[in-house]
Design a protein around this ligand. Sequence first.
Ligand code: ADP
Ligand code: MG
Ligand code: ZN
Length: 502
Amino acid sequence: MTTTAPAPVPYAEALEEFEPVIGLETHVELGTASKMFCGCDTTFGAEPNTHTCPVCLGLPGALPVVNAQAIESTIRIGLALHCDIASWCRFARKNYFYPDMPKNFQTSQYDEPLCTDGYLDVEVRGETVRIPIERVHLEEDTGKSLHVGGATGRIHGASHSLVDYNRAGIPLVEIVTKPVTGTGAMPAEVAKAYVTELRDVLRGLGVSDVRMEQGSLRCDVNVSLNKPGEEWGTRSETKNVNSLRSVERAVRSEVERQAGRLRAGERIVQETRHFHEDTGMSTSGRSKEEATDYRYFPEPDLVPVAPDAAWVAELKAALPEAPSVRRRKLTNELGLSDLDSQAMVNAGVLDVVLATVDAGAPAAEARNWWLGHLAQAANSRGVEAAELPIAPADVARVVALVADGKLTAGLARQVVDGVLAGEGSPDEVVEARGLAVVSDEGALAEAVDAAIAAQPDTAEKVRGGKLQAVGALVGAVMKATKGQADASVVRRLLLERLGVSE
Ligand code: ADP
Ligand code: MG
Ligand code: ZN
């Protein structure tokens, strides 16, 4: 028997009829030099299975030792999220079999997480929304399976699978929100704003490189809908959503799908779903297991973690300023308007704009690049501007080259495109593509003469005092020099040559 799924209800319409509840589980790979319970290297992108040892391969008799740096980073994350820090807690075994997890259990935390009961405030459409945090706990990452021979890269249809254990045992922090209610017409926007803000907090703490495209920040998105006044609905959990844009799209499509089912009188199944970047839709995964399925029990091979209160207080006192505070301060100092900073917050570029300013660019220039050309480039690649492969320092360098007259605005865009295409730093792109401004007036003189000779009528008009006609000649010279001349210099040379003064 085949059944067709009920048609989805458009987002805005769905949210007029139903109230959304969302919950976000975010996994962050810590940037420690070594793994969680062994000394193996954590560098990303190494040859498969070269960063392994008896501990992270789960060989018999191997004994784990806790990475102190990972504990410190987790406590700092908890403090930045206003959590209570446990004075005593234990790791737990989460038992299940999966080929990428060689021990057949994941060392995690269960009923004794390191940090509990915090919050993070986020700005959405000018409103502050407080996201309550349930827990922040420490666990280890699994290895990675590669399914070969199928069309989709998924296990279904594959001829065989390969496993890489380099990632197995990398410290992983899980940050779980409480159910977030009251997001009204904007649950998707709130979810995206939360993950963006969380990423900025984590980046500010320096605990992770928080690169969603490399998987060092990953998000599971829980969504349910209920009729106003009724109990919360059954949630679905969309797994491993790997970009900020996808966080928003995943909530949006799930609201639409669930509203369609509920309207048709069907039940929502509690299940995990897989999000597909290409279609923006999710498909059903497995039905959800219960905590009891995992047979959690305290890890017998590790001593409890009992952070000293004085040490925790020290860590708290040394926390960096929260990004929201830093933003407010800097936008005030930079003289950008509220509208400007809101536009930058919405585009997720405030941090990179500030970093570009820190690297020496004037605020207005930094803003223009990140909300203009770079925003377009990001949009056409389907990523966030802040995720583009260009560093704020590169943008600041391009701004400086323009200010020094070494690049025109048009050339500057070409240089930026070169950096985005992976051709190197701005100076390398200028060099390799030969993009420097032609400022040698001798070289320009030839093109100026040729333009005058080619358009005698226009030249005559200019001589006769119709200064605006010079534009056509400037255009001809710019074309002849492939845009590498400074238009204002060209204009001056043309007027000089035609014996006209402004
Ligand atoms: P699990 O391990 O089963 O995914 P967790 O407790 O780790 O459970 O995470 C569940 C997430 O779902 C939390 O963020 C929680 O706040 C959220 N959540 C719980 N109930 C609902 C609901 N009815 N609708 C949406 N989200 C929910
Ligand atoms: Mg979960
Ligand atoms: Zn190891």
